[in-house]
Design a protein around this ligand. Structure first.
Ligand code: PMP
Length: 434
């Protein structure tokens, strides 16, 4: 953005004075102003104030699955807002879009799942899942089952419970003193999980939570057998299995949900992001038929958990239309096909540079891991910056001694756009390492 243009200068000044950005360096914002001020989006591209196009290689925050500028979603939102923009879902009040969306989710999710509690996003979905897991064991007369096991390198959001579950330590250290009874285990080791359960005692553990593919922690893809093993361990020790599909849901990995690759059904599933492709805020937790039946069979009083925007009619109407687009345009199969090309492209780049030691991914989630020896400055942030200058948005992950670049373009990306992405990435890597 041209910083000498008067309108731009005004906006930058106002941003610096009044806007606190999420997950951003506050100091950098004061020194340099906002990185971009976008004014428009179309397909896989975002456009800034000067009309410069950026290929959105992150689907913004892994969420704009159907791409930017879809008029149909705006039209549905307007229609719903004109008819019934909002009404509460507390005290069993209901609305048509929320009912229809919950029913649709039951049809497309892994077979065990039946009912949905809606939230405004992924962090609230995880907090809800943790509270419901503890509530479940309390009503089953096992109130000691309270601990939640999560994985190292995981990201579950920033609400108090979600932060406590997050395995990336800097997020937990940001505001010390979090929620009690959260434990962390190696992110790929089944043996370590067994050992932890045995040490703590399964009678003290409520649930295990994991992302089928770890996203914000650096796109770590566990083998399908890992998820199958987790399912068996949870059954064996009587723990609830919570799948955090906030990123991996709605086609991102080339299947409807990440769990579908391993053909397993969790007891609870957290969803958000791709459910509306970001056109309206929405998240939720799905419960299995069995959990739902057990919680509804007895009179436990009121479910004392609810957000003002749980079951927001406009967000739910947008989600229904978004899911219809994903299905009608075959975007899940398309993501699988384009994902193979993306990974192949990443591997080809890896082969050319000794500084890159891993290229990994599944569907339209991919990562390049640089060799960070702990002393030198990490390379991924520099590559991300070089790509930004060339009109491609990516993201760097440097937590836990990692030096990783992550990429997750919209599911609608076509071959030409994918080649453009790969070519900008390659020239950015070259500019940084040579
Ligand atoms: N879980 C996962 C796996 C996520 O990637 C995220 C967001 N990146 C969240 C939860 C939190 O979602 P939100 O930002 O909508 O609260």
């Amino acid at each position: 953005m041209k910083k000498n243009d008067e309108t731009s200068r005004n906006l930058i000044g106002l941003d610096q004075q009044h806007f606190i950005h999420p997950t951003s360096s506050m100091q950098q914002q004061q020194q340099h102003g906002p990185a971009h001020i976008f004014v428009r989006g179309k397909g896989v591209y975002l456009y800034d104030h000067d009309g410069k196009a950026y290929l959105d290689g992150m689907s913004s925050l892994w969420n704009v699955n159907v791409g930017h500028g879809r008029r149909e979603l705006g039209e549905v939102a307007k229609k719903q807002m004109d008819t019934l923009a909002f009404s509460s879902c507390f005290a069993t009040f209901s609305n048509k879009p929320a009912i229809e969306l919950a029913a649709k989710l039951a049809r497309v999710s892994p077979p065990s799942l039946r009912a949905t509690f809606f939230t405004s996003g992924g962090s609230e979905a995880n907090d809800t899942a943790f509270k419901l897991a503890r509530h479940y064991w309390k009503v089953k007369d096992q109130p000691k089952k309270r601990k939640i096991i999560a994985r190292m390198k995981s990201y579950h959001g920033v609400a108090m419970g979600a932060t406590s579950a997050t395995g990336l330590k800097p997020f937990r250290d940001f505001a010390p003193s979090l929620a009690p009874d959260f434990l962390h285990v190696d992110h790929m080791s089944i043996e370590a999980l067994r050992a932890l359960i045995d040490r703590e005692g399964p009678e003290t553990i409520a649930a295990f939570v994991c992302e089928p593919i770890q996203g914000a922690g650096g796109v770590h893809v566990a083998p399908d057998s890992y998820l199958c093993d987790i399912r068996s361990i949870c059954d064996e020790y009587e723990l609830l299995f919570i799948a955090d599909e906030v990123i991996t849901g709605f086609g991102r990995t080339g299947a409807y949900f990440g769990c579908d690759h391993a053909n397993i059904s969790p007891d609870m599933m957290c969803i958000a992001k791709g459910i509306t492709s970001g056109y309206a805020p929405l998240g939720g937790v799905m419960l299995s038929k069995s959990l739902h039946e057990q919680l509804t069979a007895h009179s436990h009083g009121t479910l004392l958990h609810g957000y003002t925007y749980s079951g927001h009619p406009t967000s739910c109407a947008v989600a229904l239309k978004n899911i219809q687009i994903i299905e009608e345009e075959n975007l899940i199969d398309h993501a699988a096909t384009m994902g193979e090309k993306l990974l192949l492209g990443f591997r080809t780049i890896q082969e050319q540079y000794s500084e890159i030691h891993d290229a990994r991914g599944r569907g339209l989630m991919a990562a390049l891991a640089f060799s960070h020896n702990g002393k030198n400055e990490p390379l991924a942030p520099k590559v991300v910056q070089a790509a930004d200058q060339r009109g491609l948005i990516l993201r760097a992950v440097t937590f836990d001694q990692q030096d990783v670049l992550v990429c997750a373009p919209p599911l609608i990306i076509n071959e030409e756009e994918l080649n453009q992405l790969l070519s900008i990435l390659e020239s950015s890597v070259q500019a940084v390492v040579s």
